[in-house]
Design a protein around this ligand. Structure first.
Ligand code: ADP
Ligand code: MG
Ligand code: ZN
Length: 481
C-alpha cells in the first residue's frame, strides 16, 4: 500500500551577532567553559534583559528574505521548563499559547525550491521567531559527573517554521538547502550545520492519497546534516507505513534519529504547548519596530540566490544546472561574479570554475578565499585562451601553476615560454617534419584512412610542446593532403 508523506521543518539558526540576545556577553566559540557569562545570562535574580538590536535587525532581514510579513509589535514570552542547562527555568521566546500572546516577529512567508526535473514549488513559511539558546551539558569528562557550560546561554537564535507543504524527503532537503543558502547570502547566520549553529527538526506524517486529511505526525529532533534529514524522514515514513498497515495508529511523539542503525527512536510523547505555561515576559516591553527600520533593512538586502541564478543564466548564457552550481555557495558565487567582470568569455570561465576549480576546492582545506591567485587572474587566463595566446590544454598547465604559486597567468606564460604558436610558417615546418618522419602513415592518411588525423595532430602537438594552435594544424593537414 503506497503512502504519501506530508512534511514540515523547524529550523534553528544562530544569529550572527557579536553579543548575546539579552546581555552584553560576547559570543565566542572555542572559549574556555563558563568564560562568557554574566549575572543576566546565568539567570541570577535581580537582573533584567535588554534586547539586542542587531539580533532583531537580522531577524527582520531574514523575514524579508523569506517573503514574510513583519510584526511591528512582536511579543516576548516565557517558555517555562526545567532542565539543568537552563538556569533561569524558562527560555525567552516569541510563542504564545493563545493567539493574543502569539506575536512572532515574522510570519506568512514562503520560499521556492526547484526539483531536479525543473519543477518549481512554493513552500509556505508559517513563522520566524527570535529566542535564546540554553547552555550545554558536557557528559564526557568523567563517567560519574555531568558538567555545565553556560557560554551558550542566551545566544540569539531564530526558529523558522515551515508550513506542512513539503511532499517528499528529497524536497525537504531542497528546502533546508535553500534556507541555509539564504542565511549565508544575507549574512544572518553562519548556518554551519557541523558546528551546530544551524539545526533542523523534521515533522512527518503519511496518508493514503494526496487529498486525504493529514495523518498524525512524528517530530524528529536535531538533524545535523542534509543526508541525516533525508534518511531520518525515509526511516520514519517506512515505520509509520508498517504501523498503519498492521491496523495500528501512529502516535504523536518526539523522536531522535539513530544514524548508526538508521532508525528513529521515541524520546518522549509529544508535549502540548500548555505544558510550557507560556506567558508574556513581564520584564520586557513589546518590541515596537519602526516602519522606517524595516524599509532600510529591505533596501540593504543583497541579491538573493534565486535572482542571482537567473541573472547568471541570462547574462552569461549559462544553463540552469551550471547557474545552480555556481550560486549554491555564496563565496564561490561572489568570486565568480567578480571574475566575470573582467572576463571576455564568462561561459568558458564558468566551465573552468565548475570543473577544474571546484575539483581543486574539494581537495583543499580552506574555501575559495584561501586560493593563492585572484579571481581576476583566472579571468585573464580564460581571456588568453579566448584570444588564442594559449590553447585550452596549455591552460591546464597554467592553471596548475597558478594554484601552486599564485602567480598571474601572463607571468607564468612568459616564464615557461607557453605562448601558443599561431605563426603559420612555424607550424608548417612542424607539420612537414611530422610527415617526413612518418611517410607510411602519411600515405595511408592521404588514401583515406581518416583515423590517422589524430595520430598526426598528436605528433605535431608533441613536437611543438603543446603550443601549436590546433585549428591551424588541422587546416594545414587538410591543405597538404
Ligand atoms: P507545534 O507548535 O506543536 O510544534 P506546529 O503547528 O508549530 O506544532 O507545527 C510544527 C511543525 O510541524 C511545522 O513545521 C508544521 O509544518 C509541521 N506539521 C504540522 N502538522 C503536520 C502533519 N500533520 N504532518 C507533518 N507535519 C506537520
Ligand atoms: Mg513548534
Ligand atoms: Zn551575559
Amino acid at each position: 500500500m503506497p503512502y504519501f508523506p506530508v512534511i514540515g521543518l523547524e529550523v534553528h539558526c544562530q544569529l550572527a551577532t557579536k553579543t548575546k540576545l539579552f546581555c552584553g556577553c560576547e559570543i565566542e566559540v572555542n572559549t574556555e567553559p563558563n568564560k562568557r557569562v554574566c549575572p543576566g545570562c546565568l539567570g541570577l535574580p535581580g537582573t533584567l534583559p535588554v534586547p539586542n538590536k542587531e539580533a532583531v535587525k537580522l531577524a527582520i532581514k531574514l523575514g524579508l528574505a523569506l517573503n514574510c510579513e513583519i510584526d511591528t509589535h512582536a511579543l516576548w514570552t516565557r517558555k517555562n521548563y526545567f532542565y539543568p542547562d537552563l538556569p533561569k527555568g524558562y527560555q525567552i521566546t516569541q510563542t504564545g499559547a493563545i493567539p493574543a500572546h502569539d506575536h512572532p516577529i515574522c510570519k506568512k512567508g514562503y520560499i521556492e525550491i526547484t526539483s531536479e526535473n525543473g519543477e518549481k514549488k512554493r513552500i509556505g513559511i508559517n513563522r520566524i521567531h527570535i529566542e535564546e539558546d540554553a547552555g550545554k551539558l558536557v557528559h564526557d569528562f568523567s563517567p560519574e559527573n555531568s558538567h555545565f557550560d553556560a557560554n551558550r546561554c542566551g545566544t540569539p537564535l531564530c526558529e523558522i517554521v515551515t508550513e506542512p507543504d513539503i511532499r517528499s524527503p528529497e524536497d525537504a532537503v531542497l528546502v533546508l538547502q535553500k534556507i541555509k543558502q539564504i542565511l549565508e547570502y544575507t549574512g544572518v547566520s553562519n548556518a554551519n550545520m557541523e558546528n551546530g549553529n544551524m539545526r533542523c527538526d523534521g515533522n512527518i506524517s503519511i496518508r493514503k492519497s494526496e487529498d486525504a486529511p493529514f495523518g498524525t505526525r512524528a517530530e524528529i529532533k536535531n538533524l545535523n546534516s542534509f543526508s541525516n534529514l533525508q534518511k531520518a524522514l525515509e526511516a520514519e515514513m517506512a515505520l509509520q507505513a508498517v504501523t498503519l498497515d498492521s491496523g495500528k495508529e501512529v502516535e504523536q511523539c518526539t523522536k531522535r534519529y539513530d544514524a548508526n542503525h538508521n532508525k528513529t527512536i521515541v524520546i518522549r510523547s509529544k508535549e502540548d504547548s500548555h505544558d510550557y505555561k507560556y506567558f508574556p515576559d513581564p520584564d520586557l516591553l513589546r518590541l515596537v519596530i519602526d516602519k522606517s527600520l524595516i524599509d532600510s533593512i529591505r533596501k540593504s538586502l543583497p541579491e538573493l540566490p534565486d535572482l542571482r541564478r537567473s541573472r547568471f543564466e541570462s547574462d552569461f548564457g549559462l544553463n540552469a544546472y551550471d547557474a545552480q552550481v555556481l550560486t549554491a555557495d555564496k563565496e564561490i558565487s561572489d568570486w565568480f561574479d567578480l571574475a566575470s567582470k573582467t572576463c571576455k568569455n564568462p561561459k568558458l570561465l564558468a566551465n573552468w570554475v565548475t570543473s577544474e576549480l571546484m575539483r581543486e576546492l574539494k581537495e583543499m582545506e580552506g574555501g575559495i578565499s584561501t586560493l593563492k591567485f585572484k579571481a581576476e587572474d583566472l579571468a585573464e587566463m580564460v581571456n588568453l585562451i579566448e584570444n588564442n595566446t594559449i590553447s585550452g590544454k596549455i591552460g591546464k598547465t597554467v592553471f596548475a601553476e597558478m594554484l601552486a604559486t599564485g602567480k598571474d597567468p601572463n607571468t607564468i606564460i612568459k616564464e615557461k615560454g607557453l605562448v601558443q604558436i599561431t605563426d603559420t610558417a612555424a607550424i608548417e615546418a612542424i607539420v612537414r617534419k611530422a610527415i617526413e618522419e612518418n611517410p607510411g602513415q602519411w600515405q595511408e592518411f592521404k588514401s583515406g584512412k581518416a583515423q590517422l588525423r589524430g595520430f598526426f595532430v598528436g605528433q605535431i602537438m608533441k613536437n611543438s610542446g603543446g603550443k601549436a594552435n590546433p585549428s591551424i594544424v588541422n587546416r594545414m593537414l587538410d591543405e597538404l593532403i
